[in-house]
Design a protein around this ligand. Sequence first.
Ligand code: PHB
Length: 364
Amino acid sequence: MSDALLFTPIQVGKTRLNNRIVMAPMTRSRAGAGDAATTLNATYYAQRASAGLIVSEASQISQQGQGYAWTPGIYSEAQVSGWKTVVDAVHAQGGHMALQLWHVGRISHPLLQPGGADPVAPSAIQAKGQCFVIQPDGTPANVPTALPRALALNELPGIVADYANAAHNAVKAGFDFVEVHAANGYLLNQFLSPNSNQRTDAYGGSLENRARFLLEVVDAVVAAIGADKVGVRLSPQGVFNDIDDPESTAMALYLAKAFTQRNLAFLHIAEPDWAGGQPLSQEFRLQLREAFVGTLITCGGYNATTAEALLGANLADMVAFGRPFIANPDLVRRLRENAPLNEPDPNTFYGGAEAGYTDYPALA
Ligand code: PHB
């Protein structure tokens, strides 16, 4: 596949990426003290720096935005310096990296919240889903998400400011981009979807109202660091974390146009794949392509052949790979050389240390 489109460079914003292969964001739950990224995390990402772009695992913008133990934050000084170690290591290998900005909303539990508070959401509707906590006796456990409290109108600007501050911190740490995580049933997706957003103010009801909070976040992030460093991730047709949105493709097209108006660097689509949902239609792919003028990334169970076909059909500019990157630090080379892939071990996806993280072998 050495002459394939996948291995050609691409300009995104002010940054030239070496190829069109993206490492997808994946929670690995191996942050250190104070939820700061560590030198082990730096080793893991640097091993994978031949990706054209790495999108980091989701990183909470505040403690309120956390829904799983051991995920890295981007709101304290120690967290900025932890992430700086990671980005420096990726840049030293010639790679580029985006930080994914995360607020989980209702996918959380008082055990993770400041002062043991209830998690927050657009509306006080509990999600069918799980989060991961350290119990009072010190043992970790998957537990059902808690009943959230509805955010008051006057709390929304504070969360918007947390996103802007997190974006500012990401650039301070050296990231080339941020990716605003509006997919997979977390806070921003909860605002988009009518089953989790039953507000009666300007942030609920019509499609335009449900989009408002995300667009305010995007505008604040753009004001903080510039549109050429900003991307957004959406999951149209996605059902993960109890999302049920009959208008999700119309919403994605509406947002794609709004992102075009704002000159965002990229739009990253998480296709229904590991998390369930109806596949995207060809018609929707074409509409999305027309609606968004920046770099379009898509993610969801691709291999070299299907990814190349998508680029060849001009339905995307870059293709993201998740699990194959867990087990293959040199995935780009293996795809180029049609080499066999190592299989990822799901038992070591979350938590732990080097095993199943930095010890997957590269080709000789
Ligand atoms: C997870 O930690 O399970 C997780 C995080 C972010 C996602 C999806 C899943 O977008």
